[in-house]
Write a protein that binds this ligand. Structure first.
Ligand SMILES: NC(=O)c1ccc[n+]([C@@H]2O[C@H](COP(=O)([O-])OP(=O)(O)OC[C@H]3O[C@@H](n4cnc5c(N)ncnc54)[C@H](OP(=O)(O)O)[C@@H]3O)[C@@H](O)[C@H]2O)c1
Length: 324
């Protein structure tokens, strides 16, 4: 496989994970850029990255860069995506890929115009377990899909110095954790949901703190999602069919699922991949897409999820400064 020149934009927690995953994959990190230059210098030294850019803008005008990985807060994604695509770079951007569907539609059009790969770093689309579970569901032994049920809850204090509840950093449960639940639901549903209802309780800062979301598509498949950023919940997903259900814990990076066949009470444990390698699977799928070998990046699902999140926030009256 060709060695692509990857550059990381942003060097926080998830960027460190990507740098480690690249190392394990034997891939090359060509450069790093960050809002605070000194942090990029430290990051570059830690991971042996040859090039540290003075400013983020310099990444996009560097002809040697093939793939830009964006790991800054949600409200900065769209600007960096557009600059990278306009300069002919491929882009892998952290979740949530943009603030809203309008931003994503513009980025998708730009990627098409420039013939470049644009993708969201959504672990669920790349874990081997999910690819296997889709095959099992498609084989039909479990019968038609009826309902997906998902929980996700983290306890985050009301601290405005981080992104979780801060409207100026596009905070809120939906963009931070709801995106995983919606991506999981979309992965199993045969078409995008077009009926959406919900209840939402805001945090003191006005962003969505917790929500109950009900979705249904044209095939009558439903999803029920319970999210909160102010209480711990297990990250648990069940996918219910006529003849059984699949149960998955820690679903954003799952490597194990249990299938219960309800007709005879049989159980099957499916174990595939390794949760510690979640970002390595993303890197592989991204490089294969850039090489034109396969495209398993599922930007179509990211677009469906972003449309749902945009409609939900519109109904809740939650908008970000960039949208006003
Ligand atoms: N896929 C996953 O499993 C996963 C997990 C966690 C997070 N994420 C996503 O990854 C992204 C980053 O999260 P994180 O947890 O890594 O964040 P983090 O540790 O807080 O790091 C944030 C990075 O963004 C930079 N930054 C902050 N505000 C900025 C601004 N206004 N403009 C430009 N750069 C800015 C920071 O630079 P300074 O050094 O200047 O502060 C830092 O390098 C988010 O989109 C998040 O949802 C994904």
């Amino acid at each position: 496989m060709k060695q692509y020149n990857w550059v990381i934009v942003g060097c926080g927690a998830i960027a460190s994970e990507l740098a480690q995953a690249m190392e394990k994959e034997g891939r090359r990190l060509y450069g790093v850029a960050n809002r605070t230059y000194e942090n990029a210098v430290r990051f570059g030294e830690k991971y042996g990255i040859p090039k540290v850019y003075r400013s983020i803008g310099d990444v996009f005008t560097d002809d040697h860069v093939d793939i830009v990985y964006i790991s800054t807060p949600h409200n900065t994604h769209s600007d960096y995506i557009n600059q990278a695509l306009a300069h002919g770079k491929h882009v892998l951007c952290e979740k949530s890929i943009t603030l809203n569907a309008g931003e994503l539609e513009r980025a998708v059009a730009l990627a098409k115009d420039h013939g470049r790969v644009l993708a969201e770093a959504m672990t669920i689309y790349h874990m081997p377990l999910y690819k296997k579970l889709r095959e099992i569901a498609d084989e039909g032994l479990l019968g038609p899909l009826r309902m997906v049920q998902l929980n996700f809850g983290s306890y985050k204090p009301y601290d405005m110095t981080n992104r979780f509840f801060n409207p100026s950093l596009a905070g809120g449960a939906l963009l931070d954790i709801g995106v995983y639940a919606l991506s999981f639901a979309r992965w199993f549903m045969s078409e995008a949901p077009d009926q959406i209802t919900s209840q939402m309780k805001p945090a003191p800062s006005g962003v969505d703190e917790q929500a109950g979301i009900l979705l249904m598509n044209g095939a009558g498949e439903m999803a029920a999602i319970a999210l909160t950023l102010h209480a711990k919940q297990p990250k648990r997903g069940t996918v219910a069919f006529d003849k059984g259900y699949i149960e998955i814990y820690e679903y954003p990076r799952a490597d194990r699922a249990v299938i219960i066949y309800t007709e005879d009470g049989g159980q099957e444990v499916v174990e595939l991949g390794n949760r510690a390698d979640a970002l390595r699977y993303e890197i592989r799928d991204m490089e294969n897409a850039v090489a034109g070998k396969t495209n398993e990046m599922r930007l179509d699902y990211s677009c469906d999820v972003m449309r749902i999140m945009t409609e939900l926030r519109r109904g809740w009256g939650v908008s970000y400064p960039e949208e006003k």
